[in-house]
Design a protein around this ligand. Sequence first.
Ligand SMILES: [Zn+2]
Length: 115
Amino acid sequence: MTETVSRKKPGKPICGARTRRGTRCQCKPVRGGRCKLHGGASTGPTTTEGKAQSTENLKRARAALNSPLHAEARRERALKGWKTRRRAAERRRLIELGRQAGMSAWWFVAVEKTW
Ligand SMILES: [Zn+2]
């Protein structure tokens, strides 16, 4: 799914890595397909020790995400999602009620504005 050809300049290859903005990196790729900022010519660890260390680092990073240290952040995200869904449900309910009651357009405008 990663695009590696520029949209602005068709045929021009780009790095295509996902950026923090969620867009595709537009940099010029070096050999390996990515630009110098996104792995570039790197082909990953080559030695046995390097590969083992890489696996170890990945395991530690994954474990950290599930640690109690991040529990609070997880709860906050879950709560935020729940609030958002509840709000959306309330909004749909109000729109449906308005429809059933044959409310005029201003009702839906008001719901859109306040919910
Ligand atoms: Zn890049």
